[in-house]
Design a protein around this ligand. Sequence first.
Ligand code: UDP
Ligand code: MG
Length: 309
Amino acid sequence: MKLLSVVVPCYNEEENVALFYEELTKNDTFFREKDVELELLYIDDGSADKTVEEVKKLREKDERVHLVSFSRNFGKEAAMFAGLEKSKGDYVVVMDVDLQDPPSLLPEMFSYLEQGYDSVATRRVTRKGEPPIRSFFARMFYRLMKKISKTEMMDGARDYRLMTRQMVNAILSMREYNRFTKGIFGWVGFQTKWLEYENVERARGETKWSFWKLLMYSFEGIVAFSTAPLQIAAFMGVFFCIVAFLMILFIIVRKLIFGDPVSGWPSLVCIILMTSGVQFFCTGILGQYLAKAYMEVKKRPIYLVKEEC
Ligand code: UDP
Ligand code: MG
């Protein structure tokens, strides 16, 4: 008999915990026929509401339900990592508790693993129900990443993914502190089947991602999977040196031909402002990488568990 672990990060999701359980267990007969046992891991990411109580209530009814509760909010990335680490399954699937990752897709996903794929990933082909500005920035992000990173990242890709134990172990071997799972999935490779589906809106409650949080998350992705910004900074340095050299030549020639009338103060101020702006910008880029490196060398744990059952 094989074991399938379902990893579900939850942050203030009291209304969705039971709802998700109901939807997921609709697949029970399918998996029983396939001789696959289920293990359901709710990862409570430091919720302030009754999420933990809700999970415990489910656990009383069904022993397949497990809880890992964090000491505070560590973020979805940490919750996913904890789930993968605690999972014992021969197959592991990561999904959101808000039913935006439809559990009804699981049988189809599983059939692809049986065909020999190492992982089955999902992507939304529409972004219906999402604020247009958010969709716009999301699309820009993926287009940019395609250009500046060697790691493959699919537009609209969800974290909803079914994997074999081999792939899970590969992901667990990447113990970086600044985690960007969408990149990590691509980086480890393995044969992946992509399934597409229409966007589903959240069952209950509200999204935990503000626009600002998403923007910061996208910077994380860039710094974690590309060093292009550092190269751009270096190129800008070279570019400004060339411009400066040409200007020196120009000034010398002008002096030889026309003498040296004192003028050009406004242009000088503009040049100083611009070059110092570029310098700050490049120092900032450097700082971003340094900050991430700083966090990595500290080797802090990715998450801390308060309670587990
Ligand atoms: N989540 C989490 N920790 C956080 C934020 C979110 O574990 O700090 C979980 C959340 O409970 C949900 C999933 O991550 O199961 C996706 O979050 P959400 O639905 O808010 O994001 P969206 O679908 O809007 O991108
Ligand atoms: Mg959601």
